[in-house]
Design a protein around this ligand. Structure first.
Ligand code: HEC
Length: 113
């Protein structure tokens, strides 16, 4: 009995120590940034600065609270929709990955900026 109590206390201490910051859908920021680099997205996007494309923060704000945000951006990054840059129509660059989990992680990274 005494031993079991000790285990419970130790677990409680552990939980307090880590702040229990476990989100529902944790974002792997390192993986997202690596994929951004690999896909050359930095040419037109930055987290908080507008380049040819909107800043990720701007995109996150625009889609905030929309239930379809993740699916919308997933589609944006995998289907090369037509966009306009300086009045010239071109296809948006596709993300350099066919792994859905990897791409969704990137989308959640952008949406959480
Ligand atoms: C040649 C420049 C260019 C490159 C490269 C590029 N983008 Fe974009 N991106 C744009 C432009 C311009 C827009 C705005 C399109 C619009 O609003 O019609 C945009 C829009 C977006 C949006 C917002 C879509 C929305 O519906 O709000 C996201 C997210 C995005 N890009 C992510 C990426 C990622 C991730 C990559 C790398 C795979 C990437 N972009 C590569 C120019 C680029």
């Amino acid at each position: 009995m005494k031993k079991a109590c000790g285990v419970v206390l130790a677990l409680a201490a552990l939980g307090a120590g880590t702040g229990l910051s476990v989100a529902a859908d944790p974002v792997d920021a390192d993986a997202a940034q690596a994929l951004i680099k690999k896909s050359d997205c930095g040419k037109c996007h930055a987290v908080d600065k507008k380049k040819d494309g909107p800043a990720y923060k701007e995109t996150a704000a625009k889609h905030k609270g929309k239930a379809s945000a993740e699916d919308d951006l997933y589609k944006h990054l995998t289907t090369a929709p037509k966009i306009k840059i300086d009045g010239k129509e071109e296809e948006h660059k596709k993300v350099n990955s066919t792994n859905e989990a990897e791409v969704r992680n990137l989308v959640r990274y952008i949406l959480s900026r």
